[in-house]
Design a protein around this ligand. Structure first.
Ligand code: PMV
Length: 349
């Protein structure tokens, strides 16, 4: 640092959310997954984070942080970020020498029931590593490091730093997979899947009744836990095989099984949770019968809440518009967020 003139600066990154096809549900230790997962990186649902930073020569005990969300101070969010930044000081010691002023906002409405942890934590990780890069006059950001930092904020965020498709968690027959970080995984995949759409049906815009942290913890004593973790390994092998062959029917069958299994696991937890709404079930039935009647490869998945992700290849956009007009009345304020597979974080100048 002594010979380096860069003592302050500004960085801004936009990072997308992602949707898991094989779900991560259950964790241990320092945010390690109990099973490997795979997700599509999205495009339109993103967080944009800007950090004005200053280098302080004397390392600080307390993190020097000023945080705003959508231009407003949010003490609860700020506290979470402060805790996170403190928690990474062993692997990112530079944090103790930084004074940060953070401004963040999402592309989607805050009260849409869409979890923003993957997009926000990956945007923050990209910003932190960009500051490190500026201080050390390096050319590029190491995305593997970004994935580790993002993971420590929110497990699923580890996957958002890569374009299109990413796998997080160790799988014995998939090379280079790791518990520590996600890896990009689109090279061998049929193009059909790399242009997929993911339209998010906002069935309820209320906050979830169980946090994902509490949900993961419930897997520790879930009677179906080990069976589930084994199933996820098998599903990952099978879905990759289907995506390499362009086998959309097998892909869809696994994706829907994963979504319903996630909710079945929650219903079988102690205490049990029911996070889907009557309109979730209604929408699923409409999607399944539309698929059968029209012979259109449109499938659903769910996150840990009532909202539905509608997955389909690009060349069925017109046909799916008709389906969406049937589904819209089931959505809160008729809200559907049209998204699709995207290219990962981008730097904003
Ligand atoms: O990253 P977390 O702790 O918010 O957990 C995400 C869990 C799911 O979204 C349900 C599944 C996944 O793999 O993203």
């Amino acid at each position: 640092m002594e010979n380096n003139p860069v003592k302050s600066g500004s960085v801004c990154w936009r990072s997308p959310s992602n949707i898991a096809l094989v779900k991560y549900w259950g964790k241990y230790g320092r945010q390690y997954p109990k099973n490997p997962s795979i997700s599509f990186t999205l495009s339109h649902a993103y967080t944009e984070t800007k950090i004005d930073w200053e280098y302080i020569d004397e390392p600080q005990e307390e993190i020097a942080l000023y945080f705003r969300f959508e231009s407003k101070e949010k003490p609860a969010f700020a506290e979470k970020i402060r805790k996170y930044l403190k928690s990474i000081s062993d692997i990112f010691p530079l944090i103790s020498n930084l004074k940060l002023s953070i401004d963040s906002h999402n592309s989607f409405p805050h009260s849409s029931g869409i979890a923003s942890s993957a997009s926000s934590m990956s945007a923050l990780a990209m910003c932190l590593l960009d500051i490190d890069r500026q201080i050390n006059s390096e050319e590029n950001i190491d995305l593997q490091k970004a994935s580790v930092l993002a993971r420590l904020g929110s497990g699923s965020a580890s996957r958002s730093v890569f374009p299109k498709l990413a796998i997080w968690g160790q799988h014995n027959s998939i090379q280079d997979t790791s518990q520590d970080y996600a890896i990009p995984y689109h090279e061998s995949i049929d193009d059909l899947f790399l242009n997929f759409h993911d339209d998010i049906l906002i069935i309820s815009d209320k906050e979830k009744s169980v946090s994902s942290r509490a949900g993961h913890a419930l897997m520790d004593n879930n009677p179906y836990g080990q069976t589930r973790f084994d199933q996820a390994h098998n599903h990952l092998t099978a879905i990759i095989d289907a995506m390499q062959k362009g086998d959309i029917a097998s892909f869809g069958a696994i994706v829907e099984k994963e979504a319903l299994t996630l909710h079945a696991l929650m219903m079988a937890s102690d205490p049990p949770y029911l996070l889907i709404e009557p309109n979730t079930v209604e929408a699923i039935k409409i999607i399944q019968s539309y698929r059968q009647e029209k012979n259109i490869p449109v499938y659903f998945t769910l996150d840990a809440g009532p909202n539905i992700h509608l997955l389909y290849p690009h060349h069925y956009v017109e046909e799916v518009k008709v389906l969406k007009s049937k589904l819209r009345p089931l959505c809160a304020n008729g809200l559907i967020i049209d998204d699709r597979v995207g290219n990962g974080p981008t730097k904003i100048n």
